[in-house]
Design a protein around this ligand. Structure first.
Ligand SMILES: *[C@@H]1O[C@H](CO)[C@@H](O)[C@H](O)[C@H]1NC(C)=O
Ligand SMILES: *[C@@H]1O[C@H](CO)[C@@H](O)[C@H](O)[C@H]1NC(C)=O
Ligand SMILES: *[C@@H]1O[C@H](CO)[C@@H](O)[C@H](O)[C@H]1NC(C)=O
Length: 937
């Protein structure tokens, strides 16, 4: 029970927080902090990932973002070329970097026509010129006309305000791979690989009818999402399906549009596909007003993968969509720059502006495993389609580094699996310095340490897909005034403490014979467990690196055996160290993959988080696929149980959809496991013992309190009795006195009362006036109030001390938690109750159906589909929801529809009810964004 004192405290706190929030939100710099405040104020959101900050294209959301894009009539976006604030979207780890004075100025060209609504990202398109320096930088163009007028001047060199759209330019290549050292794409006749798909037979007319009905229903939902995107977010990255607005977290290159191409094609939405291809032509990958950095992983899986797959499904070289490959190559050209590091391991957040690309770079000491390992299929397919080995070389070196790490004794705590974060810098910072490198190495190492400290803090945030790595681009800093990209020039080098302050180094730094900074060299090393990477799992930040081993084996027609070995080592390690069966009511015979933490750097000292996360649901499909192609039947069985785990998690939730992140209780013995309610309760309330002692303590205090109360009551009764006696005695005395006085008055004066007794009349006698205190009706009016008013003690109520608060018993505590947090049976925590339209569960269900031919997978998938549509559907599309433990409809929505909804989730639902020859797994292999690439034949 809340007592007043506490209540008052809360009110005061709430007021203080409100005032703080107000001040904090007044300052745009602090927008982010205010979010933190919110999440701190609400314990239920504390463990949740931060909600995305106002997207760039939601001007009303934040006044400081007013200058950003806004829909105009016909969808023509109105944009300022001013730098938007550094994006802080969850998928972005781009650290905020100062906007350098652009070094490249290109004349503005005419707006691209022919695309419905123009282009989301004005590329060479007309833009309002940059205001003169005195104009406040953040002022938006005030109206459409102004925008148009400036647009008409496009291409002309107007006075002072000049267009400043910065474009990527191919930077000088510091560490080229000599032609003769290129790792060549394996060629030759593909190996025979066991069939993946079940040998499906004839379908009964009834089964066909049911299947086709479901297929049509999936298509209707895809059309709903696509039309919403088309109407409200055309050429932007994402539709906001509740507010009918758009946002651009992925550089604004129309992520949903590119990601959806092959889905449209598969669903036979030809007109929609052609519209989209027209828009693809206009994408300019060389610039973005939304981000300083290109998120390499997301860009590869969504954009590059989307373009290549759309090209493949439309017939590749025999098809009619050459433009799709051309655009893929344009993008690849930019992305190839990220491999220009001494060890050819990639930069993962690429600061694309020319001013950032002056100096040599190293890969990050905190690179996410998934981000490093999820490029192989896309670049391999590109190499196959173009015959250019450089694309294959780029990813083959990453694979080799992974393979070396996997084969190095003691390099990881769980041999076969990598820690979540890897040091890809290639510099051994613990090595003693060889004399030849003495001076330079020391400087380089100091540099690396500074870099590391500098970026470590923001790196802590781990997200959905990528790791939380920020790239350390040694020596690369804005502030390079000129684009001197040549090796002979050294004015571009700024390093050491100077660059931290953003101050240009006035003295030219020395360069070595290669034109590299003199302190560039360091003791080389391979990939190592870097940063704080003591965690091992198949979940976010790691997932697709492993997913790509068997898939890449298929891409190469089995001609590169290392992908098989690597997969087998991973699969064995997962089975030995990570798989567990959850303990839950009904004893479901399912599996999940845990997250393990190593403290000592070995598998000996492990602690586990028994997590159930949506991202990890891909694992069933991976075990199924790997089990089939490498002839490991046990793995196929593991795949089924993993997939059934996710089906169970979906069906356990009141919404019928599983949450982003939760934990369960593991069975002690997987093959003999009965639900133990006491054990589950104990896990829900690890403080049961403490609660018991609290209870005992409470009873003691209660007894003491009762005694105290009895004593107080007794004292009070005695006091009252004494008071009563005194009062009576006084009254008797007063009465006697009054009588005496009255008697004297009657004796001395004539009565003057004119009215009836009881009515107050003006006494005519001055003496009576003086004796006004005399009550007209005698002492009857001397009631309680008069006693109080006089100097006597009030007959107050007895104030008792409050009874001690009764703590909750273990049972009560657990019951309350289950009720308040809506925790379904078997679950222990629900750290993130959202469902954000993710595909991994239906992905594995689809693999299981194609692999086993068992129609029960279609039934499971259909139940998922109905639950997902029921809870996420909006008028304009489908939205992420906040709480899968709520049954209530309509569900609480987040106004977000990520591009993987159309690219993956709806595609897998659709394919589950398509005939199995469409995208047969014996002809196609799907990347981690569900983009199909054709397998070699
Ligand atoms: C770094 O150097 C030290 C000392 O030479 C060596 O023991 C260690 O194995 C090296 N680390 C790597 C990852 O090569
Ligand atoms: C390192 O620098 C010192 C002076 O700072 C110099 O005497 C020494 O020769 C240098 N060593 C090498 C290997 O260049
Ligand atoms: C969004 O658009 C749909 C039509 O596609 C409409 O029904 C709905 O009311 C719109 N919502 C808002 C918030 O404008």
């Amino acid at each position: 029970m809340l007592r007043l004192r506490r209540y008052r405290m809360l009110l005061v706190c709430a007021f203080v927080i409100t005032v703080l929030l107000y001040h904090v939100s007044k300052n745009s710099q602090w927008d982010h902090s205010s979010e933190l405040w919110h999440s701190k104020a609400d314990p239920h959101t504390q463990t949740k990932p931060k909600s995305p900050p106002p997207p760039a294209s939601r001007p009303e959301h934040d006044h400081d973002h007013e200058h950003e894009s806004e829909h105009q009539g016909g969808g023509q976006p109105q944009k300022s070329q001013h730098k938007p604030p550094p994006p802080t979207y969850p998928d972005s780890h781009g650290r905020p970097v100062p906007d350098p004075e652009p070094t490249i100025r290109i004349p503005q060209l005419k707006t691209a026509d022919g695309v419905k609504g123009g282009y989301g990202l004005p590329t060479n398109a007309a833009l309002p010129p940059k205001p003169a320096a005195t104009v406040p930088d953040r002022k938006p163009p005030s109206n459409h006309d102004e925008y148009q007028n400036h647009g008409e001047n496009a291409g002309m060199q107007v006075d002072a305000p000049t267009p400043t759209t910065v474009h990527w330019q191919k930077p000088y290549e510091w560490f080229p791979v000599p032609e003769e050292s290129l790792i060549m794409l394996p060629t030759g006749k593909p190996k025979s690989i066991p069939a993946v798909q079940f040998a499906f037979g004839e379908e009964s007319p009834a089964a066909k009818e049911k299947r086709e009905l479901r297929l049509a229903k999936v298509k209707v939902e895809a059309q709903r999402a696509w039309s919403g995107y088309k109407e409200f977010a055309w050429t932007h990255d994402e539709l906001m399906p509740v507010s009918n607005k758009s946002k651009d977290p992925f550089c604004g290159w129309a992520a949903t549009l590119v990601d959806s191409l092959d889905t449209l094609w598969l669903m036979g939405l030809k007109d929609e596909f052609d519209d989209a291809v027209k828009a693809v032509k206009e994408i300019d990958f060389t610039t973005t007003p939304y981000r300083e950095d290109i998120p390499v992983f997301e860009t590869i899986i969504r954009y590059l993968g989307g373009l290549i797959a759309a090209y493949d499904v439309t017939g590749a070289h025999n098809g009619k969509y050459r433009v799709l490959l051309d655009k893929a190559l344009e993008l690849a050209e930019i992305l190839m720059s990220v491999f220009d590091t001494p060890n050819r391991l990639p930069i993962l957040y690429y600061n694309w502006k020319p001013a950032f690309n002056v100096n040599p770079k190293r890969a990050s000491t905190g690179s996410g495993v998934a981000e490093l390992g999820t490029m192989s299929m896309e670049f391999t397919r590109l190499a196959q389609l173009t015959g250019k080995d450089k694309y294959y070389d780029a990813i083959a070196r990453i694979t080799d580094a992974f393979e070396e790490l996997q084969n190095t004794e003691g390099a990881t705590a769980i041999p076969g699996i990598f820690p979540q974060q890897l040091d890809a810098s290639g510099c051994n910072r613990t090595a003693p310095l060889p004399s030849t490198l003495e001076n330079s190495s020391e400087a380089a190492q100091k540099q690396a340490i500074v870099d590391d400290d500098m970026w470590r803090a923001p790196r802590g945030y781990s997200n959905t897909y990528g790791g939380a790595a920020d790239d350390i681009e040694t020596n690369a800093q804005p502030g390079a005034q000129t684009a001197d990209t040549g090796p002979g020039s050294n004015t571009g080098f700024h390093r050491g403490p100077q660059k931290r302050d953003g101050l240009p180094n006035s003295a030219p730094a020395p360069v070595n014979a290669k034109g590299l900074p003199a302190d560039w060299e360091c003791v080389p090393q391979g990939l190592t467990g870097g940063g704080w990477g003591g965690s091992y799992s198949m979940g976010g930040s790691q997932d697709s690196a492993y997913e790509y081993f068997p898939k890449q084996y298929l891409m190469l027609g089995g001609l590169e055996p290392k992908y098989r070995t690597m997969h087998e080592k991973t699969a064995d390690a997962v089975k030995e160290h990570l798989l567990f069966r959850p303990m839950a009511e009904g004893d479901p015979d399912v599996l999940f993959s845990a997250k393990a933490f190593s403290t000592g750097g070995t598998a000996g000292k492990m602690s586990y988080e028994w997590e159930v996360t949506h991202l990890t649901c891909f694992l069933g499909g991976m075990f199924g696929l790997g089990g089939k192609i490498f002839d490991r039947p046990e793995d196929v069985e593991v795949g089924k149980k993993l997939t059934d785990g996710c089906v169970w998690a979906y069906e356990s939730m009141p919404a019928g959809v599983m949450p982003e992140h939760s934990t369960v209780l593991p069975c002690k013995k997987p093959d003999d496991c009965q639900f133990d309610k006491a054990a589950w309760y104990a896990s829900l309330d690890p403080n049961a013992e403490h609660r018991e002692s609290q209870m005992a303590d409470y009873y003691t205090r209660l007894a003491e309190w009762k005694e105290q109360v009895e004593e107080l009551k007794k004292q009070d009764t005695e006091r009252r009795q004494a008071e009563e006696r005194k009062r009576q005695a006084e009254a008797v005395q007063k009465a006697a006195e009054d009588e005496e006085r009255m008697r004297r008055l009657v004796d001395n004066t004539t009565p003057v009362y004119e009215g009836t007794p009881g009515q107050k009349s003006e006494p005519s006698s001055p003496e009576l006036k003086q004796k006004d205190t005399l009550p007209a009706t005698g002492f009857q009016r001397r009631d309680q109030r008069d006693l109080d008013a006089s100097n006597q003690k009030p007959m107050s109520e007895l104030v008792l001390p409050p009874a001690p608060d009764k703590p909750l018993t273990h049972q009560e505590y657990v019951a309350q938690r289950l009720e308040n947090e809506n925790i379904p049976s078997g679950f222990v925590t629900l750290n993130d109750k959202r469902y954000i339209l993710r595909p991994e569960a239906i992905e594995s269900v689809w693999y299981m159906y194609r692999i086993t031919g068992d129609p029960s997978w279609q039934e499971k998938g259909w139940r998922m589909f109905e639950a997902v549509v029921r809870t996420t559907q909006t008028d304009a599309g489908h939205s992420a929801i906040r709480d899968v433990t709520s049954k209530e409809l309509p569900a609480d929505k987040e106004d977000s529809m990520e591009s993987f909804w159309l690219a993956e989730t709806l595609k897998y639902f659709y394919l589950l009810f398509e005939t199995p020859d469409v995208l047969s797994l014996d002809e196609w292999v799907l990347n981690t964004e569900a983009h199909p690439f054709r397998r070699p034949t």
